[in-house]
Design a binder for this molecule. Structure first.
Ligand code: NDP
Length: 263
């Protein structure tokens, strides 16, 4: 029996165990998936091995720590320095990023997006900004603190902190901060958020499973919006394919993961 887990702080909200266990159980794959509350990201590797895990997902705030914990990082994760999926390959930790492709899938329904404003500058924002730029989408980033913006400046994004933000029209705004995850905070001061929402076509929230204050405000303004559920599903399917080393059919994984959302 293989054991998988998701590491995060907080992690109790995570739907990943339900999603992956639905696949394992229904497809008779001998594995089980649990959640681990990890406060110190530098302890990720030793915790992974002490629990004899075969693989893991990593969520807020440890995705950059996960990159450092891996023995080898493959594909897009290597470019962005952000890992959300780890596979134990003969005692070596191999890191991947499935968030960015997951999000691209999730916003397909909004059509042709040409410019995006990202709220937040954490691990998820890094991966998504890089993916957007690769897809010829213009990216602006606004974050509470200046310190994390340098990565985005180098990438060619227009960067703001709350103090120097200049409003423009954007196709899509994404909340990639953790504001609203375990509290009822907005990702920026109310006046600033109002200004953004009054100049936007679509709104996406990375958080899933609750109506955050940001999403609530967007809905009140009748803006077309979505929460992080589709992103969660898409990144989960890609992660599961890696966990089972592509031994299960993609369509079956998708079917049973989707089914877990009905529970
Ligand atoms: P990180 O911890 O790496 O980054 C968090 C970011 O949020 C930082 O920019 C931080 O700003 C900002 N922030 C935190 N609290 C506040 C606040 N109260 N007000 C304003 N800004 C704040 O987290 P991740 O990038 O890994 O994850 C971010 C969010 O995205 C989480 O809520 C996570 O659950 C969600 N997510 C959802 C996924 C899905 O599948 N739906 C996939 C990936 C992520 P500062 O730099 O100033 O500290």
């Amino acid at each position: 029996m293989k054991l998988f887990a998701i590491f995060g702080d907080p992690v109790s909200h995570s739907r990943s165990p339900l999603m992956h266990n639905s696949v394992f159980k229904n497809l008779n794959y001998k594995a089980c998936y649990t959640r681990i509350h990890l406060e110190d990201g530098t302890k990720l590797k030793e915790t992974f091995f002490s629990l004899k895990l075969s693989g893991a997902n990593v969520t807020v705030p440890h995705k950059e720590a996960a990159f450092l914990a891996c023995d080898e990082v493959r594909g897009f994760a290597k470019k962005v320095g952000v890992v959300n999926t780890i596979v134990n390959e003969n005692g070596r930790l191999i890191g991947y990023n499935t968030d960015a492709d997951g999000f691209m899938f999730a916003i397909k329904e909004f059509g042709d997006i040409k410019n995006i404003l990202i709220l937040g500058a954490g691990g998820t924002a890094k991966a998504l900004a890089s993916k957007f730029i690769d897809s010829n989408i213009k990216v602006s980033v606004i974050n509470r603190s200046e310190a994390r913006l340098s990565y985005f400046k180098e990438l060619g994004c227009e960067c703001f902190s709350w103090d120097n933000f200049e409003i423009k029209k954007y196709d899509l705004v994404l909340n990639s901060t953790s504001a609203g995850l375990k509290d009822e905070e907005l990702p920026a001061p109310l006046a600033l958020i109002e200004q953004i929402l009054d100049n936007i076509s679509f709104v996406a929230e990375a958080i899933y499973g609750k109506i955050t204050p940001f999403l609530k405000l967007a809905k009140e303004k009748n803006i077309r919006c979505k929460d992080g559920s589709d992103m969660l599903l898409a990144q989960g399917i890609l992660a599961n394919e890696l966990f089972v080393n592509h031994e299960l059919k993609s369509d079956d994984i998708k079917h049973y993961m989707k089914k877990s959302f009905e529970l």
